[in-house]
Ligand binder design. Sequence first.
Ligand code: VG1
Ligand code: CO
Length: 543
Amino acid sequence: MDITAIKTEPYLDQAMGTSGLRKKTAVVRQSRYIENFTQAIFDSLEGFAGKTLIIGGDGRFYNDKALQTILKIAAANQFGRIIVGQNGLLSTPATSHIIVKYGAIGGIILSASHNPGGPDGDFGIKFNTENGAPAPQSVTDKITARAHTIDRYWTMNIPDIDLSEIGEQTFGNTVIEVIDPVADYAAYMQEIFDFSAIKTLFTNGFTMIYDAMNAVTGPYAKRIFEGLLGAPAGTVIHGTPLPDFGGLHPEPNLTYAKHLVDMMYADSAPDFAAASDGDGDRYMILGRSFFLNPCDSLAILTQYLDSIPFYHGRLTGVARSMPTSFAADAVARDKHIACYQTPTGWKFFGSLLDAGKITLCGEESFGAGSCHLREKDGIWAILAWLSILAQTGKTVAEITHALWQQYGRVFAMQQSYEGLDATDANTLMEKLRESLPTLNGTTVNDRTITDAAEFTYADPVTGDTATGQGICLSFGSDARIVYRLSGTGSSGATLRVYLNERTTDATRFSQSPATAMADLADISRQIANLKKHTGRETPTTIT
Ligand code: VG1
Ligand code: CO
């Protein structure tokens, strides 16, 4: 086969963030940009010749072109088998699953996840290792370092591969196999959950809307909810993956999925609604006139998980990212299971899952997952909730109210200040960092800071440490403010401010987080000198 080495020069802006490389689409369309990064990933792996590689994406604009380029480079690098989802589609959780199922050395996922797509939108490349998990820091550091020194890549001179037909073709020592992106994942979900119990819900007239936001989960949701579970046709909306997501911003939250929220607060609302993000690893759940906060969801999953057959007797611990509220902690204590606090990003859960220290994990940003695979998994979380509803016969609101009655309600809100100047945002964080020693014991608006610290994580399994993972101000044990900068943006900077407060006063349970924590929000702006550093007084999104 015709394999050539092509000389190249590095792009010094190539780096792995919270979840892979994220850039403006126009940036990755530059000549040799995808080529360099792909070769940098392969150069930082060892012993991959003859091994299997998985490739897929969320169907966004430019995925088709990038996929063809990557296939040729992977074939030239002598992978034995390259498995690609039909039409280039594979959700992030499905990729994680089949990496392990087919014994692959890793997988490349073309997605900028919840960021908008299109020529003016974002593009991304994620790499997952052989346990199916997002590459850990040690690997991403290697990839970034190699991308900064790369001087050649290999490519195979073959025509574009037809990805619309399932089947395989051989090129030199490499087989390229196109697979059904849904079949393996759907079969795995049937192993985990009692599908007949969920099916009975629908037979008894339970109604649901699932919004795939014109992104990758449409085919998964149609096959699983409408096909295997018997939900009526039309349950899945925005179910065809489109290169520009049909103009939607595929981030299911109260801002970008407002249409769904409005449907659920209308008189004609169904019993249940759910949505996923671009690459299918996030989930949002709503009951009738009720929004389920993802932090409460993690606590409830911790309560009920061992009632799902796959998890009987398997609940060892739960982990949450640091900015995720402490709602799950109380449940874990009650269940006598371990509870870990990790930095933001799924890559920090992998070692705990592999070591069997946790069964379940989640983030405030609409992510939940378990030991079944090494990514967060939107459809899995929705199936877990449907199982709980089927088993209890209760509504989402009733189950959540019961949690609050038992443990108190932990209000949780994330305020994002998007599109900031990166220098301004870094200065704000730097000043906060410098003021930490003096903040301890300071009183603002009648509230006293009892602990002010920057979060450093020591992985209990690998011993790796991660510093600078967010600044946390505690006001006693029941209220806190967390500040961190987003690591998934493609330009400028986004400041995330997370607010939490627990109350056991049942008369306050029905308050909105915005009302309940208005003073905490005010304090968060004062302490960070937000207006002075950024010129902003209000966040751009609140969830
Ligand atoms: C955000 C979320 C984080 C999540 C990450 C990837 O990161 O806050 O919790 O793990 O996105 O999610 P950041 O650094 O922007 O705050 V996604 O759906 O890329 O898979
Ligand atoms: Co995602």
